[in-house]
Design a protein around this ligand. Sequence first.
Ligand SMILES: *Cc1c(COP(=O)(O)O)cnc(C)c1O
Length: 421
Amino acid sequence: MEYSDHFTYRQDELHAEDCSVADLAAKYGTPLYVYSRSSLEGAFREYDDNLRIPHRICYAVKANSSLAVLQLMASLGAGFDIVSVGELARVIQAGGDPGRVVYSGVGKREDEIRFALEQGIYCFNVESAPELERISQVASSMGATAPVAVRVNPNVDPKTHPYISTGLKKNKFGVPVEEAYELYRRAGELPGIRVTGIDCHIGSQMTTTGPLMEALETLVTMAGRLKADHPHLDHLDIGGGLGINYRDENCVSAAAYMESLNSRLASLGLTVLVEPGRSLVGNAGILVTRVEYVKKGAETDFAVVDAGMNDMIRPALYEAWMAIAPVRRGAAPVRHCSVVGPICESGDFLGLDRELEVKAGDLLVQFSAGAYGFSMSSNYNSRPRAAEVMVYGDQEQLIRSRETLDDLWRHEILLSGVSAG
Ligand SMILES: *Cc1c(COP(=O)(O)O)cnc(C)c1O
Protein backbone atom coordinates (compact mmCIF):
# COMPACT_ATOMS: atom_id res chain seq x y z
CA MET A 1 0.00 0.00 0.00
CA GLU A 2 1.19 3.49 -0.76
CA TYR A 3 0.09 6.34 1.46
CA SER A 4 0.69 9.21 -0.83
CA ASP A 5 1.39 9.80 -4.51
CA HIS A 6 4.63 11.32 -3.33
CA PHE A 7 6.21 8.33 -1.56
CA THR A 8 6.58 5.61 -4.16
CA TYR A 9 8.87 2.72 -5.03
CA ARG A 10 10.98 2.95 -8.17
CA GLN A 11 12.91 -0.21 -8.98
CA ASP A 12 12.12 -1.34 -5.43
CA GLU A 13 13.73 1.79 -3.91
CA LEU A 14 11.51 4.11 -1.91
CA HIS A 15 11.47 7.67 -3.18
CA ALA A 16 10.20 10.83 -1.58
CA GLU A 17 9.04 12.69 -4.70
CA ASP A 18 12.12 12.27 -6.92
CA CYS A 19 14.61 11.84 -4.09
CA SER A 20 15.96 8.45 -3.05
CA VAL A 21 15.13 7.90 0.62
CA ALA A 22 18.29 5.79 1.06
CA ASP A 23 20.35 8.73 -0.26
CA LEU A 24 18.65 11.09 2.19
CA ALA A 25 19.37 8.71 5.07
CA ALA A 26 23.02 8.43 3.98
CA LYS A 27 23.36 12.19 3.83
CA TYR A 28 21.45 13.23 6.96
CA GLY A 29 21.56 10.12 9.13
CA THR A 30 18.72 8.38 10.94
CA PRO A 31 16.22 8.66 12.51
CA LEU A 32 15.08 11.15 9.91
CA TYR A 33 11.77 12.82 9.17
CA VAL A 34 11.16 13.45 5.47
CA TYR A 35 8.30 15.65 4.26
CA SER A 36 7.00 16.09 0.73
CA ARG A 37 6.28 19.69 -0.19
CA SER A 38 4.06 18.65 -3.10
CA SER A 39 2.03 16.49 -0.76
CA LEU A 40 1.60 19.35 1.74
CA GLU A 41 0.56 21.73 -1.02
CA GLY A 42 -1.83 19.20 -2.50
CA ALA A 43 -3.51 18.55 0.84
CA PHE A 44 -3.97 22.26 1.49
CA ARG A 45 -5.39 22.88 -1.99
CA GLU A 46 -7.82 19.99 -1.61
CA TYR A 47 -9.45 21.92 1.22
CA ASP A 48 -9.03 25.39 -0.21
CA ASP A 49 -10.18 24.64 -3.76
CA ASN A 50 -13.23 22.60 -2.81
CA LEU A 51 -14.70 25.01 -0.28
CA ARG A 52 -16.39 27.56 -2.50
CA ILE A 53 -17.94 29.84 0.11
CA PRO A 54 -16.01 32.59 1.93
CA HIS A 55 -13.55 30.71 4.12
CA ARG A 56 -10.16 30.42 5.72
CA ILE A 57 -8.24 27.16 6.23
CA CYS A 58 -6.55 27.57 9.63
CA TYR A 59 -3.83 24.93 9.87
CA ALA A 60 -3.68 23.40 13.38
CA VAL A 61 -0.06 24.14 14.26
CA LYS A 62 0.32 21.42 16.89
CA ALA A 63 0.15 18.66 14.26
CA ASN A 64 3.54 19.72 12.87
CA SER A 65 4.93 23.02 14.06
CA SER A 66 8.23 23.06 12.17
CA LEU A 67 8.93 26.56 10.85
CA ALA A 68 9.32 25.44 7.24
CA VAL A 69 5.93 23.74 7.34
CA LEU A 70 4.33 26.87 8.79
CA GLN A 71 6.14 29.01 6.22
CA LEU A 72 4.79 26.84 3.40
CA MET A 73 1.26 26.99 4.81
CA ALA A 74 1.48 30.78 5.12
CA SER A 75 2.65 31.03 1.49
CA LEU A 76 -0.44 29.07 0.43
CA GLY A 77 -2.72 31.54 2.20
CA ALA A 78 -3.44 29.48 5.30
CA GLY A 79 -4.48 30.88 8.62
CA PHE A 80 -3.46 29.08 11.80
CA ASP A 81 -5.10 27.47 14.81
CA ILE A 82 -2.81 27.81 17.82
CA VAL A 83 -2.98 26.61 21.43
CA SER A 84 -0.11 28.55 23.02
CA VAL A 85 1.94 31.69 22.71
CA GLY A 86 4.84 29.50 21.63
CA GLU A 87 2.81 28.45 18.60
CA LEU A 88 1.87 32.08 17.87
CA ALA A 89 5.55 33.04 18.04
CA ARG A 90 6.38 30.22 15.64
CA VAL A 91 3.74 31.40 13.17
CA ILE A 92 5.18 34.92 13.27
CA GLN A 93 8.76 33.62 13.01
CA ALA A 94 7.75 31.65 9.92
CA GLY A 95 6.24 34.74 8.26
CA GLY A 96 2.60 33.94 9.04
CA ASP A 97 0.04 36.70 9.59
CA PRO A 98 -1.22 36.94 13.21
CA GLY A 99 -4.37 38.51 11.79
CA ARG A 100 -5.23 35.03 10.47
CA VAL A 101 -4.72 33.23 13.77
CA VAL A 102 -7.40 31.67 15.97
CA TYR A 103 -6.39 30.84 19.50
CA SER A 104 -7.86 27.67 21.09
CA GLY A 105 -7.05 25.84 24.33
CA VAL A 106 -8.47 25.63 27.85
CA GLY A 107 -5.57 27.17 29.78
CA LYS A 108 -4.71 30.55 28.26
CA ARG A 109 -2.52 32.51 30.69
CA GLU A 110 -2.85 36.25 31.20
CA ASP A 111 0.49 36.98 29.51
CA GLU A 112 -0.51 34.79 26.57
CA ILE A 113 -3.78 36.70 26.13
CA ARG A 114 -1.91 40.00 26.27
CA PHE A 115 0.65 38.89 23.69
CA ALA A 116 -2.08 37.61 21.36
CA LEU A 117 -3.94 40.94 21.66
CA GLU A 118 -0.75 42.89 20.95
CA GLN A 119 -0.23 40.79 17.83
CA GLY A 120 -3.82 41.40 16.69
CA ILE A 121 -5.02 37.84 16.27
CA TYR A 122 -8.23 37.08 14.40
CA CYS A 123 -10.15 35.44 17.24
CA PHE A 124 -9.97 33.85 20.69
CA ASN A 125 -11.82 30.57 20.93
CA VAL A 126 -13.07 30.85 24.51
CA GLU A 127 -13.33 27.58 26.42
CA SER A 128 -14.86 28.67 29.77
CA ALA A 129 -16.64 31.44 31.69
CA PRO A 130 -13.57 32.41 33.77
CA GLU A 131 -11.48 32.62 30.59
CA LEU A 132 -14.00 35.06 29.08
CA GLU A 133 -13.79 37.26 32.19
CA ARG A 134 -10.00 37.18 32.04
CA ILE A 135 -9.87 38.13 28.37
CA SER A 136 -12.21 41.03 29.09
CA GLN A 137 -9.99 42.25 31.94
CA VAL A 138 -6.77 41.99 29.97
CA ALA A 139 -8.24 43.64 26.87
CA SER A 140 -9.81 46.46 28.89
CA SER A 141 -6.56 47.15 30.70
CA MET A 142 -4.86 47.52 27.31
CA GLY A 143 -7.62 49.67 25.83
CA ALA A 144 -8.12 46.89 23.30
CA THR A 145 -11.10 44.88 22.06
CA ALA A 146 -10.77 41.11 21.91
CA PRO A 147 -12.62 39.28 19.12
CA VAL A 148 -14.09 36.11 20.60
CA ALA A 149 -15.96 32.96 19.68
CA VAL A 150 -17.23 30.51 22.27
CA ARG A 151 -16.06 26.94 21.77
CA VAL A 152 -19.22 24.90 21.94
CA ASN A 153 -19.13 21.31 23.08
CA PRO A 154 -22.02 19.73 21.16
CA ASN A 155 -21.81 16.37 22.95
CA VAL A 156 -21.16 14.47 19.74
CA ASP A 157 -19.25 11.19 19.78
CA PRO A 158 -16.44 11.40 17.20
CA LYS A 159 -16.02 7.58 17.45
CA THR A 160 -12.27 7.85 17.71
CA HIS A 161 -9.65 7.02 20.38
CA PRO A 162 -10.71 8.42 23.80
CA TYR A 163 -7.52 10.49 24.08
CA ILE A 164 -8.42 12.38 20.92
CA SER A 165 -12.15 12.82 21.59
CA THR A 166 -12.86 16.38 22.65
CA GLY A 167 -16.54 17.02 21.95
CA LEU A 168 -18.20 14.82 24.55
CA LYS A 169 -19.87 16.17 27.66
CA LYS A 170 -17.22 14.55 29.86
CA ASN A 171 -14.28 16.21 28.04
CA LYS A 172 -12.49 19.30 29.33
CA PHE A 173 -12.99 21.23 26.09
CA GLY A 174 -15.52 23.92 25.26
CA VAL A 175 -18.84 24.52 27.00
CA PRO A 176 -22.19 22.76 26.58
CA VAL A 177 -24.72 24.43 24.28
CA GLU A 178 -27.00 25.89 26.97
CA GLU A 179 -24.04 27.30 28.86
CA ALA A 180 -22.68 28.71 25.61
CA TYR A 181 -25.81 30.83 25.14
CA GLU A 182 -25.33 32.20 28.63
CA LEU A 183 -21.66 32.91 27.85
CA TYR A 184 -22.63 34.80 24.69
CA ARG A 185 -25.08 36.91 26.70
CA ARG A 186 -22.33 37.69 29.20
CA ALA A 187 -19.87 38.45 26.39
CA GLY A 188 -22.34 41.00 25.04
CA GLU A 189 -22.18 43.04 28.22
CA LEU A 190 -18.47 42.73 29.07
CA PRO A 191 -16.05 45.55 28.22
CA GLY A 192 -13.20 44.79 25.83
CA ILE A 193 -15.06 41.94 24.13
CA ARG A 194 -16.53 41.68 20.64
CA VAL A 195 -18.40 38.55 19.67
CA THR A 196 -17.31 37.60 16.16
CA GLY A 197 -17.75 33.86 15.89
CA ILE A 198 -18.93 30.44 16.99
CA ASP A 199 -16.40 27.65 17.38
CA CYS A 200 -16.35 23.88 17.74
CA HIS A 201 -13.80 21.04 17.50
CA ILE A 202 -14.98 17.58 18.48
CA GLY A 203 -11.99 15.30 18.04
CA SER A 204 -9.40 13.85 15.76
CA GLN A 205 -8.91 11.03 13.23
CA MET A 206 -12.58 10.92 12.24
CA THR A 207 -13.02 8.65 9.25
CA THR A 208 -16.54 9.76 8.29
CA THR A 209 -18.19 13.16 8.22
CA GLY A 210 -21.21 11.99 10.25
CA PRO A 211 -20.08 13.38 13.61
CA LEU A 212 -18.74 16.56 11.97
CA MET A 213 -22.03 17.25 10.19
CA GLU A 214 -23.96 16.52 13.37
CA ALA A 215 -21.90 19.08 15.26
CA LEU A 216 -22.34 21.50 12.38
CA GLU A 217 -26.11 21.44 12.80
CA THR A 218 -25.69 22.66 16.36
CA LEU A 219 -23.51 25.53 15.17
CA VAL A 220 -25.95 26.52 12.42
CA THR A 221 -28.84 26.60 14.89
CA MET A 222 -26.79 28.71 17.27
CA ALA A 223 -25.79 31.13 14.53
CA GLY A 224 -29.46 31.69 13.73
CA ARG A 225 -30.27 32.48 17.35
CA LEU A 226 -27.21 34.62 18.09
CA LYS A 227 -27.17 36.85 15.00
CA ALA A 228 -29.67 39.40 16.25
CA ASP A 229 -27.92 40.15 19.53
CA HIS A 230 -24.39 40.01 18.13
CA PRO A 231 -24.12 42.23 15.04
CA HIS A 232 -20.37 41.56 14.64
CA LEU A 233 -20.87 37.81 14.32
CA ASP A 234 -19.07 37.03 11.07
CA HIS A 235 -17.66 33.51 11.17
CA LEU A 236 -18.34 29.90 11.97
CA ASP A 237 -15.29 27.83 12.97
CA ILE A 238 -16.03 24.14 12.51
CA GLY A 239 -12.68 22.86 13.83
CA GLY A 240 -10.48 20.14 12.41
CA GLY A 241 -10.53 16.42 12.98
CA LEU A 242 -10.70 14.78 9.58
CA GLY A 243 -8.77 11.52 9.67
CA ILE A 244 -6.25 10.00 7.29
CA ASN A 245 -5.63 6.48 6.07
CA TYR A 246 -3.06 4.82 8.28
CA ARG A 247 -4.15 1.37 7.23
CA ASP A 248 -7.53 0.54 5.69
CA GLU A 249 -9.75 3.22 7.24
CA ASN A 250 -11.05 4.34 3.87
CA CYS A 251 -11.35 7.86 5.22
CA VAL A 252 -13.65 10.35 3.58
CA SER A 253 -11.65 12.85 1.53
CA ALA A 254 -11.25 16.50 2.40
CA ALA A 255 -12.73 17.30 -1.01
CA ALA A 256 -15.93 15.38 -0.24
CA TYR A 257 -16.15 16.93 3.23
CA MET A 258 -15.74 20.46 1.84
CA GLU A 259 -18.29 19.72 -0.88
CA SER A 260 -20.86 18.83 1.76
CA LEU A 261 -20.23 22.17 3.49
CA ASN A 262 -20.82 24.23 0.37
CA SER A 263 -24.51 23.55 0.09
CA ARG A 264 -25.23 23.46 3.82
CA LEU A 265 -23.52 26.76 4.66
CA ALA A 266 -23.88 28.89 1.54
CA SER A 267 -26.98 30.75 2.69
CA LEU A 268 -25.65 31.50 6.16
CA GLY A 269 -23.69 34.58 5.14
CA LEU A 270 -20.81 33.77 7.48
CA THR A 271 -17.15 33.09 6.75
CA VAL A 272 -16.35 29.45 7.41
CA LEU A 273 -13.15 28.51 9.22
CA VAL A 274 -11.75 24.97 9.17
CA GLU A 275 -8.88 23.88 11.43
CA PRO A 276 -7.33 20.77 9.87
CA GLY A 277 -4.09 19.43 11.27
CA ARG A 278 -3.51 15.74 10.66
CA SER A 279 -5.21 15.68 7.25
CA LEU A 280 -2.88 18.40 5.92
CA VAL A 281 0.43 16.95 7.08
CA GLY A 282 -0.02 13.33 8.19
CA ASN A 283 0.54 11.53 4.94
CA ALA A 284 3.03 14.15 3.75
CA GLY A 285 5.69 12.78 6.08
CA ILE A 286 7.65 9.60 6.77
CA LEU A 287 10.04 8.55 9.50
CA VAL A 288 13.16 6.77 8.29
CA THR A 289 15.01 4.52 10.70
CA ARG A 290 17.84 1.98 10.60
CA VAL A 291 17.70 -1.56 11.97
CA GLU A 292 20.44 -1.93 14.57
CA TYR A 293 19.79 -5.55 15.50
CA VAL A 294 17.47 -8.37 14.78
CA LYS A 295 16.92 -10.03 18.14
CA LYS A 296 15.40 -13.44 18.75
CA GLY A 297 12.52 -13.32 21.21
CA ALA A 298 10.60 -15.99 23.08
CA GLU A 299 7.36 -15.32 21.21
CA THR A 300 8.29 -12.93 18.44
CA ASP A 301 11.49 -11.59 16.96
CA PHE A 302 12.40 -7.95 17.37
CA ALA A 303 13.73 -5.54 14.82
CA VAL A 304 15.50 -3.08 17.10
CA VAL A 305 15.65 0.25 15.26
CA ASP A 306 17.26 3.61 15.99
CA ALA A 307 13.95 5.52 16.25
CA GLY A 308 12.12 5.34 19.55
CA MET A 309 8.99 6.55 21.23
CA ASN A 310 10.78 9.83 21.89
CA ASP A 311 10.78 10.33 18.10
CA MET A 312 7.28 8.95 17.46
CA ILE A 313 4.97 8.43 20.43
CA ARG A 314 1.70 7.69 18.62
CA PRO A 315 1.86 3.88 18.88
CA ALA A 316 2.58 4.09 22.62
CA LEU A 317 0.17 6.90 23.45
CA TYR A 318 -2.82 6.09 21.25
CA GLU A 319 -2.21 2.45 20.41
CA ALA A 320 -1.93 3.77 16.88
CA TRP A 321 -1.19 1.39 14.01
CA MET A 322 1.22 2.85 11.47
CA ALA A 323 2.51 1.14 8.34
CA ILE A 324 6.16 0.08 8.27
CA ALA A 325 8.03 -1.07 5.19
CA PRO A 326 11.58 -1.54 3.98
CA VAL A 327 13.20 1.36 2.12
CA ARG A 328 14.64 -1.17 -0.32
CA ARG A 329 12.31 -4.00 -1.30
CA GLY A 330 13.51 -7.52 -1.90
CA ALA A 331 16.77 -7.11 0.02
CA ALA A 332 15.96 -9.33 3.00
CA PRO A 333 13.82 -12.34 3.89
CA VAL A 334 10.35 -11.81 5.32
CA ARG A 335 10.29 -12.21 9.06
CA HIS A 336 7.53 -12.03 11.66
CA CYS A 337 8.70 -9.38 14.10
CA SER A 338 7.92 -6.37 16.23
CA VAL A 339 9.68 -3.11 15.41
CA VAL A 340 10.95 -1.66 18.67
CA GLY A 341 13.11 1.28 19.66
CA PRO A 342 16.12 1.54 22.00
CA ILE A 343 14.21 3.19 24.86
CA CYS A 344 13.82 1.56 28.25
CA GLU A 345 10.03 1.16 28.12
CA SER A 346 7.98 -1.78 26.92
CA GLY A 347 5.69 0.73 25.21
CA ASP A 348 8.59 1.76 22.99
CA PHE A 349 7.58 0.33 19.64
CA LEU A 350 6.81 1.58 16.14
CA GLY A 351 4.77 -1.49 15.29
CA LEU A 352 3.96 -4.92 16.74
CA ASP A 353 3.62 -8.29 15.01
CA ARG A 354 4.49 -7.35 11.45
CA GLU A 355 5.54 -9.41 8.47
CA LEU A 356 8.56 -7.48 7.29
CA GLU A 357 11.55 -7.87 5.04
CA VAL A 358 14.21 -7.03 7.55
CA LYS A 359 17.86 -7.56 8.39
CA ALA A 360 20.36 -5.67 10.53
CA GLY A 361 21.68 -2.55 8.85
CA ASP A 362 18.64 -2.10 6.58
CA LEU A 363 16.52 1.02 6.49
CA LEU A 364 12.84 0.91 7.40
CA VAL A 365 10.22 3.57 6.87
CA GLN A 366 7.18 4.38 8.96
CA PHE A 367 4.49 6.00 6.85
CA SER A 368 1.91 8.63 7.85
CA ALA A 369 4.40 10.20 10.24
CA GLY A 370 3.96 13.86 9.26
CA ALA A 371 1.36 14.65 11.93
CA TYR A 372 1.89 14.36 15.70
CA GLY A 373 5.34 12.90 15.02
CA PHE A 374 8.18 15.36 15.38
CA SER A 375 5.91 17.87 17.17
CA MET A 376 5.39 15.36 20.02
CA SER A 377 9.01 14.26 20.15
CA SER A 378 11.13 14.59 23.27
CA ASN A 379 14.61 14.01 24.64
CA TYR A 380 13.56 11.06 26.83
CA ASN A 381 16.48 8.71 27.52
CA SER A 382 18.69 11.69 26.62
CA ARG A 383 18.25 11.15 22.91
CA PRO A 384 18.90 14.13 20.64
CA ARG A 385 15.88 14.77 18.47
CA ALA A 386 15.85 13.74 14.81
CA ALA A 387 16.65 15.85 11.78
CA GLU A 388 13.91 16.93 9.36
CA VAL A 389 14.18 17.27 5.59
CA MET A 390 11.74 18.69 3.04
CA VAL A 391 11.82 17.39 -0.52
CA TYR A 392 10.35 19.03 -3.63
CA GLY A 393 10.83 17.19 -6.91
CA ASP A 394 14.49 16.21 -6.99
CA GLN A 395 15.42 18.99 -4.54
CA GLU A 396 15.90 18.41 -0.86
CA GLN A 397 16.49 20.80 1.99
CA LEU A 398 17.35 20.28 5.63
CA ILE A 399 14.72 22.14 7.68
CA ARG A 400 15.94 21.11 11.13
CA SER A 401 19.37 19.83 11.92
CA ARG A 402 19.82 16.86 14.17
CA GLU A 403 20.24 17.88 17.80
CA THR A 404 23.72 17.52 19.26
CA LEU A 405 24.73 16.20 22.66
CA ASP A 406 25.31 19.81 23.80
CA ASP A 407 21.67 20.53 22.99
CA LEU A 408 20.63 17.99 25.59
CA TRP A 409 21.81 20.15 28.51
CA ARG A 410 21.63 23.58 26.86
CA HIS A 411 19.39 25.03 29.59
CA GLU A 412 20.82 23.17 32.55
CA ILE A 413 22.97 24.63 35.33
CA LEU A 414 25.32 22.66 37.56
CA LEU A 415 25.14 23.30 41.30
CA SER A 416 27.67 25.80 42.55
CA GLY A 417 30.07 24.70 45.26
CA VAL A 418 29.89 21.00 44.46
CA SER A 419 33.02 19.49 42.99
CA ALA A 420 33.83 16.07 41.70
CA GLY A 421 34.61 13.63 44.49
C1 LIG B 1 -5.85 19.41 17.50
C2 LIG B 1 -6.84 20.44 17.08
C3 LIG B 1 -7.16 20.60 15.73
C4 LIG B 1 -6.63 19.72 14.65
O1 LIG B 1 -7.07 18.41 14.76
P1 LIG B 1 -6.74 17.35 13.60
O2 LIG B 1 -7.43 16.14 14.03
O3 LIG B 1 -5.27 17.19 13.56
O4 LIG B 1 -7.27 17.91 12.33
C5 LIG B 1 -8.05 21.61 15.39
N1 LIG B 1 -8.59 22.42 16.33
C6 LIG B 1 -8.29 22.29 17.65
C7 LIG B 1 -8.91 23.21 18.62
C8 LIG B 1 -7.41 21.31 18.05
O5 LIG B 1 -7.13 21.18 19.37
